[in-house]
Write a protein that binds this ligand. Structure first.
Ligand SMILES: O=C(CO)COP(=O)(O)O
Length: 214
């Protein structure tokens, strides 16, 4: 399983989380990445942890004030990017453009979606992975894998019907190793989580608990 820790705009110490994630990944052999604010990408990447951007815009270099350039986050050390997170929705055309921009910059891509129908549409754009995250469960205490296992299974089927090569992740409310294991049993090959680590009193212990059953 791939574990992607999205720090969103939470007031955590990104270096504390990044260092813990790097150490837990090394000790467990589980692939773990951290996705900080764009301004923190370089110093998070400097810890040695796999680092993802939270968003990139479809544009390349040019007159695009305020944009997050795929080339810039790649230059800062990111190796992947989320696109169309539930809290950073884009139009279909911009999602397509962002996937292409990320590819040009050599970034791995994960397009987020609310439900299986959107997962199918996202998979058709040819990203490396898609992630189903029901908005109502994001930031809550109940894992998507427990609250709505059918949405994970249906997302896996929707992606496979379009393109077998696109990995399917899931997220929302995931905080324990059991949640991660259950997501895997439903067919997900990775999870996205945020509050379970970014808001934990001890992010290192939270990460150790996540990988424990893997
Ligand atoms: O949005 C998410 C990850 O991208 C999920 O957030 P929570 O883990 O806080 O539910």
């Amino acid at each position: 399983m791939f574990i992607l820790v999205n720090l969103k705009a939470y007031p955590c110490d990104p270096i504390e989380v990044a260092t813990a994630a790097r150490d837990v990944a090394e000790a467990s052999g589980v692939r773990i990445a951290v996705s900080p604010q764009a301004a923190d990408v370089a110093r998070v990447a400097d810890t040695g942890v796999e680092t993802w951007a939270q968003h990139v815009d479809p544009n390349g270099h040019g007159s695009h004030t305020g944009s997050t350039l795929a080339e810039a986050v790649a230059e800062a050390g990111a190796t992947g990017t989320l696109i169309n997170h539930s809290e950073k929705r884009q139009t279909l055309a911009d999602i397509d453009g962002a996937v292409r921009a990320a590819e040009r910059a050599g970034l791995e891509t994960c397009v987020c979606a609310n439900n299986p129908a959107q997962i199918g549409a996202a998979a058709a754009l040819g990203p490396d992975s898609v992630a189903v995250e029901p908005p109502a469960l994001i930031g809550g205490d109940v894992s998507v894998a427990t609250a709505d296992p059918g949405i994970v299974e249906d997302a896996v089927a929707a992606a496979a019907a379009v393109d077998d090569d696109v990995d399917v992740y899931c997220g929302a409310g995931i905080s324990s190793g059991d949640d991660v294991a259950t997501a895997g049993e439903l067919g997900a090959t990775g999870i996205l989580l945020a509050s379970g680590v970014a808001k934990a009193d001890d992010p290192r212990s939270a990460l150790e608990a996540l990988v424990e059953p893997l």
